[in-house]
Design a protein around this ligand. Sequence first.
Ligand code: COA
Length: 360
Amino acid sequence: MKSGLEDVVAAETVLSDVDGKNGRLIVRGVSLDDLVTSSRYEDVLELLFDGFFPMRGSVQPALGAARQEVFAHVAQTDPALVALPPVEGMRALLARLDDGDDLAAALRLVAAPSVFTTALLRLKAGLSPIAPDAGLPHAADVLRMMTGTMPSMQQVSALDRYLVTVADHGLNASTFAARVVASTQAGLTSSVLAALSALKGPLHGGAPGPVLDMLDAAATPADAPAWLESALANGERLMGFGHRVYRVRDPRADALKGAVRVLAGSGAIDPARLALAEAVEAAALDLLKRKKPDRPLDTNVEFYTALLLEALGFSREAFTCVFAMGRVGGWIAHAREQALDGRLIRPMSVYVGPMPQVAA
Ligand code: COA
């Protein structure tokens, strides 16, 4: 067997292609570079859902209405749920949505991570949740629901670019989890819950928070090389680097670096913070090249995600929730693709335990 199912093909998909050799991501025939410059998150949902749901009219108003529908569940939030880490609180609220397979169920699930996360963040801060404005584009409303004020155009476009960038990415661990559950015909909420649980781990979607911890610990551009060297010598992984599929730079890293530079230009990121990040990235790449010569390790999506989400005002413990706000579109499209295929996913294992004693 292949440890970690590395290189094992487990699905056919029309949704996205991760070309690890050339550092390219294609979503339904469109390369990520084009997608991020021409699309909002709603456009990408239309692209992903095409053929899997009957799409009537534009997604934006329907998604706005879904945000409002989902917000009704926020009233059920109790203090124990607010005390949980945001991703766990959000998962608990999401579990309240009933299983379904139609477009209405899909849009409620797309809306849920955004509505629940922003409400939980406000409740944690002792503030009242803010109801969605169905008339706004999704990214603008997410930021408004979090802060209570209308975000700037640069902030909206940075969040939109992030959501578009992470919307789908081949058969990653959370998408595979979604497809396994979908193959049992359990319904979309069940698939999304499985995917969210897989996303939460630091080897998948839980890395951007630790990227900021690393920047804090590295402290200054001058201290970064020594700090990184000692972390690696202690057997730690450098967060925001390495990928199962990409053997070159993750194209999403550059898509997000572009957005980070725009935010920095508008004064939303302290130039010293950006300079530290760039110094840490350069030192880490140099170190990984020297210490792990057999394994090409480059910057992945999480590195600049960390700076972008920090600049937009998300607390680091909420970063995985924001990842889910974008990836949920991909999970749902994959779940539908799998459910329509109709075949149960049921692989085999090799038994390596003891055999029963045979009586002499
Ligand atoms: N820092 C240091 N070493 C790393 C590394 C990192 N970020 N990522 C991989 N490696 C090393 C491993 O230690 C291993 O080296 P060894 O053979 O000398 O023991 C080698 O590269 C292969 O690692 P492996 O665990 O088999 O790779 P994988 O494909 O299973 O892992 C990740 C992929 C993403 C889980 C891994 O690169 C990682 O943990 N990255 C940091 C967390 C992160 O950024 N996650 C977000 C992913 S988008």
